[in-house]
Design a protein around this ligand. Structure first.
Ligand code: ADP
Length: 495
């Protein structure tokens, strides 16, 4: 669920549940308390709030009607104490009671509160004025609601029945109801808030905490652990992006570590590769200075060796500076639309002349359709071919050396160029590593021909800049094939 929906989801119960509880609680409490205040004559809660005496009136009316049965001249049953006790008992159920006065004398007191209200009761003959009831207060300040009615016994005696409702008790009961309602609301709100805060903690705070721990782990350099994604909301999305960022960061850190290691290896290899010819040069120069080369022939031989070693250093330094240029992407490429046939025919001719002088047999085959065009930097492409070709001769101890150049279409948009030699081959364990910079297989290290270990890594860099791929297949003792792809020109055919 989205965070937005979760918040909406939390707000709805926060509003609805208390509302529901207030409504239900009010209805329930009103029903219970009104019944306790007004007995069977209970009226609605709102009506009670508007006119608290309406309920009392209703009760009083019914009692009065009952007491007056038989008309004003036939109310002798009011003289019967057991009847009065019965009426009073019913009135008590709704916080009211009865006082009866006959000929100015109180003959029935339904409640001990009667003593407090007696001096406030109107005399016989005033009941019509108070027919609708009146709210009075005792001297002690206790409020009560009074409904008197006069009557006359058949023997002519005059009397008044006072029905008194204890409004102070009604108010007390109402107050209790209100307090209970507030307590109920407080309990419900507390439970609801507890539930909601747990829900929010689980769905929002917990994942945020996990995220925070994740950032701390990264700050401390631990890039191996993912943040556990538990929710499918915005926080979950942030966690996912965070994990992706961690992976990228880890990749770049790993890459940096590898690069640093490679740089260290490079420096140590360069110093080693430069030291070897320098040591040789020093030795030969000392030989000349010390007079070891005492004949002109010897001196000539020494000087030629010194020259060869200096050449070796020169080409190593050249390759290094070229590699540095390629590695830092500061070598400009000049991509052109080139005819595959023309270009490789030229290369093949050049190579065959060069290899012929070294006594190496050369074969060339182009299986691409005439007119096929490719996109490449011709000068850099030649560099790749040269590096591969040099290796084909260098790592070949056979008497009859042979190199074959093949060009053929590859998939939809590519051509593949392969150069095969019948040389010493490469061991399977070395095969994936030969394109790494400064890598030399053990066999090559001991090879007197030497080498910088940069030729194939330069080739790979150039191929990658052409968006192509380079790979090697080899069988020790049989030969090696190095292949790479170049993109076809995708423009109109006659272009
Ligand atoms: P190097 O200057 O050492 O030749 P390269 O990058 O050109 O550097 O080649 C890396 C290593 O791959 C070589 O040292 C050699 O061990 C191996 N290698 C490359 N080409 C061939 C091949 N045609 N036959 C045998 N081994 C090869």
């Amino acid at each position: 669920m989205k965070l937005q929906h979760k918040i909406q989801f939390s707000i709805i119960p926060l509003i609805l549940i208390p509302l529901l509880i207030i409504t239900m609680g009010t209805c329930l409490l009103a029903k219970i308390y009104l019944a306790s205040i007004y007995g069977g004559q209970a009226q609605g809660f709102t009506e009670t709030i508007a006119n608290p005496f309406a309920g009392v009136n209703a009760v009083v009316d019914s009692v009065r009607q009952e007491m007056e049965v038989g008309g004003p001249t036939s109310v002798d049953h009011i003289d019967d104490p057991s009847y009065l006790a019965d009426v009073n008992e019913r009135l008590e159920r709704c916080n009211a009671f009865l006082i009866v006065s006959v000929e100015g004398e109180i003959t029935f007191r339904g409640d001990e509160f009667a003593a407090e209200v007696e001096n406030r009761l109107p005399e016989y003959g005033y009941s019509d004025i108070y027919a609708e009831g009146v709210y009075l207060e005792t001297e002690a300040g206790h409020g009560f609601f009074l409904r008197p009615f006069d009557f006359q016994f058949s023997d002519g005696r005059l009397g008044t029945a006072y029905i008194i409702a204890r409004t102070d008790r009604i108010v007390r009961t109402m107050r209790r109801a209100m307090i209970q309602l507030v307590i109920l609301l407080a309990v419900v709100l507390t439970v609801l808030m507890l539930f909601l805060s747990t829900y929010i903690y689980r769905t929002m705070v917990k994942p945020l905490k996990a995220l925070q721990e994740g950032t701390e782990r990264i700050r401390d350099g631990n890039l191996d652990e993912d943040v556990k994604v538990t929710s499918a909301d915005e926080i979950g999305d942030v966690c996912k992006s965070f994990n992706e960022m961690r992976l990228k960061l880890k990749e770049s850190v790993d890459d940096r570590i590898i690069r640093e290691q490679e740089s260290r290896d490079l420096i140590s290899n360069i110093s080693h590769d430069l030291r070897t010819p320098i040591t040789a040069i020093k030795g030969y120069v000392e030989g000349i200075m010390d007079g070891v080369a005492d004949t002109p022939e010897k001196q000539d031989k020494y000087l030629r060796t010194i020259y060869a070693k200096a050449q070796e250093m020169d080409s190593l330094i050249n390759e290094l500076s070229l590699y540095a240029k390629i590695d830092t992407n500061s070598m400009p490429y000049d991509f052109k639309k080139i005819s595959v046939g023309d270009y490789f025919d030229d290369c093949a001719e050049e190579m065959s002349l060069d290899l012929e002088t070294q006594g190496v047999a050369f074969a060339y085959e182009n299986r691409c359709a005439p007119g096929t065009k490719m996109v490449a930097d011709p000068e850099q492409l030649r560099r790749i071919l040269h590096n591969i070709c040099v290796n084909g001769v260098k790592y070949n101890s056979k008497d009859e050396k042979k190199i074959t150049l093949g060009v053929r279409p590859f998939l939809q948009d590519w051509i593949v160029i392969s150069m095969t030699d019948n040389g010493d081959g490469i061991e399977a364990k070395d095969l994936p590593l030969i394109f790494n910079r400064m890598y030399r297989a053990d066999a090559a290290r001991s090879n007197s021909q030497g080498g910088s270990g940069l030729g194939l890594s330069i080739a790979r860099k150039i191929v990658e800049e052409h968006e192509g791929k380079i790979w090697a297949e080899s069988e020790p003792g049989v030969g090696t094939t190095i292949s790479f792809t170049v993109k076809l020109w995708k423009g109109a055919k006659d272009e």
